[in-house]
Design a protein around this ligand. Structure first.
Ligand code: ZN
Length: 222
């Protein structure tokens, strides 16, 4: 089985990706990389490490990109900025410029050094169209750029690309990991793991998806 490197933040999306990669390839073939970019919540980096350890992945690497916050500003890195969206702004203020490009480039450099071709990232354009680097066009273009940049055939896997949050919970359930992902992952902008604060946009999206999936599971499709 070919090894794969999962870009892993310890959130719902990337943990679902991790579980899928493990189910498909076995933990011994799954590597994880977490970026420490000065995110608001340090707990994210620690949580990612403990999930990776619990799941018995082949390796877990933390890469520090702590200069990132010196050159860009957004609410995810600055705890004094309230989460929100200016009516006139193209993206929510939680959007981090260039994040997925930076993460994929860095992950690819690391992967090539380990002889790995396959990369996985938990981007989804179904629920969060405000983030340009979650779009399929970006992922495809980045894949091509990485291949050209390094003369190495990468394959970027984005299995959540077209899934809604409800479909993502369904996938977690099929993998037998719904309860684990619900309890252990951190998606909340306030830094509260599991079901989170229940109020921020990330919690609302996550809770709505879960409620939709659970209602569908209980009652069958209308
Ligand atoms: Zn929250």
């Amino acid at each position: 089985m070919e090894p794969i490197l999962v870009v892993f933040s310890g959130g719902q999306d990337s943990t679902t990706c991790l579980m899928l990669a493990i189910a498909e390839r076995g933990a011994a073939n799954v590597h994880t990389v977490t970026f420490d970019y000065g995110q608001r919540h340090r707990l994210e980096v620690e949580l990612a490490a403990s999930i990776a350890r619990e799941q018995g992945v082949a390796s877990h690497k933390v890469i520090r990109v702590d200069w990132y916050r010196d050159i860009t500003h957004n609410a995810l890195m600055d705890a004094t900025t309230p989460i929100g969206r200016d009516p006139g702004a193209a993206t929510p203020n939680t959007f981090v410029d260039g994040r997925n490009a930076l993460f994929l480039l860095t992950a690819a450099i690391y992967a090539k050094g380990k002889g790995i071709h396959d990369l996985m990232i938990g981007v989804s354009e179904a629920d969060y169209s405000g983030y340009p680097d979650c779009r399929e066009a970006f992922v495809r273009s980045m894949n091509q750029t990485l291949n050209l940049a390094m003369g190495w055939d990468f394959a970027i896997h984005a299995p959540l690309q077209h899934l809604t949050k409800a479909q993502e919970w369904a996938l977690a359930d099929r993998l037998g990991k719904l309860d684990y992902i619900r309890a252990r992952t951190l998606t909340c902008y306030e830094g509260i793991p599991g079901d989170g604060c229940g109020k921020c946009p990330a919690c609302v999206l996550r809770a709505r998806g879960l409620a939709d999936y659970l209602a569908e599971k209980a009652g069958g499709r209308p």
